[in-house]
Design a protein around this ligand. Structure first.
Ligand SMILES: Nc1ncnc2c1ncn2[C@@H]1O[C@H](COP(=O)(O)OP(=O)(O)OP(=O)(O)O)[C@@H](O)[C@H]1O
Length: 240
């Protein structure tokens, strides 16, 4: 479904990812783990089209999308939940969700209602708070809202950048449970996290990035027992 081939990208003169390869098959949850500054968010920006490639290619469903605009990628079913819970604070929960529906506007109100109901089914907290201003939600509720908003356009591949950042273990678990449910319903997921153990526990395969290079990849269960992954995890623990 997604194939990245020999991709180099970065900012200005500085390359962050060097000759990067990865693939995601339809129906998979793929974990990308690595320490601070490893290049995880850079990878996500390149896939969603926010950062141009310097070389290499990205294919989505067999088509080269390397030069396709970010909003066209959304229309094609590739949607990113960016790091940092960017809700529209003065707008209500339901207004935030409705904005996520923009690319499917032609499908009309019935479809909008269906997508809203699905969002409220996944995150009942959002149903309770649909009229509340998004800026006044808790951190966990805001994270639920940005995920639900991304789902409004009915993506086939969801890119998530550090959804657990700053959240309690309980809320993180709830969010990861929803990701597993979404995956069972057919959604493919690329999940970028520092939280290596939890992420590898719910994913099929994983990639470990260090300084912009992919240093390990394979079955998530095997990676969980790999000393290199433990090293990254303990490194993060030590600084947090
Ligand atoms: N807009 C930017 N301009 C210049 N350099 C950047 C920019 N964004 C990120 N970088 C640099 O690119 C490198 C990789 O950053 P990136 O945000 O991809 O790491 P990360 O793995 O997502 O880290 P974290 O977990 O801390 O978010 C870092 O050295 C960072 O300083």
């Amino acid at each position: 479904m997604l194939r990245i081939n020999n991709m180099t990208t970065g900012y200005g003169m500085a390359d962050v990812l060097h000759g990067f390869d990865m693939e995601l098959n339809k129906g998979e949850i793929i974990a990308v783990v690595g320490a601070n500054g490893a290049g995880k968010s850079t990878l996500m920006r390149a896939i969603s089209g926010l950062l141009p490639l310097k070389s290499g290619s990205i294919k989505f469903n067999g088509k080269d999308i390397s030069k396709v605009s970010a909003h066209t990628r959304v229309d094609q079913g590739l949607v990113q939940v960016p790091e940092g819970r960017q809700v529209f604070g003065p707008l209500s929960v339901v207004e935030n969700l409705t904005l996520g529906f923009f690319s499917k506007r032609k499908q009309g109100k019935t479809q909008l209602q269906k997508r809203l109901e699905y969002a409220y089914h996944l995150f009942p907290k959002l149903a309770e708070r649909k009229g509340q201003k998004a800026g006044s939600l808790s951190g966990g509720e805001q994270q639920m809202l940005v995920i639900a908003r991304a789902l409004m356009s009915d993506p086939s591949l969801l890119l998530l950048d550090e959804p657990s950042l700053g959240l309690s273990p309980l809320i993180t678990e709830q969010i990861f449970e929803v990701l597993v449910e979404l995956n069972k319903n057919g959604l493919s997921i690329l999940l970028v996290e520092q939280n290596a153990f939890e992420t590898l526990s719910i994913s099929d395969r994983g990639y470990l990035i260090e300084n912009g290079n992919m240093v390990l990849n394979g079955d998530s269960k095997q990676l969980l027992n790999n000393p290199k992954v433990t090293e990254v995890y303990l490194g993060n623990e030590a600084i947090s």
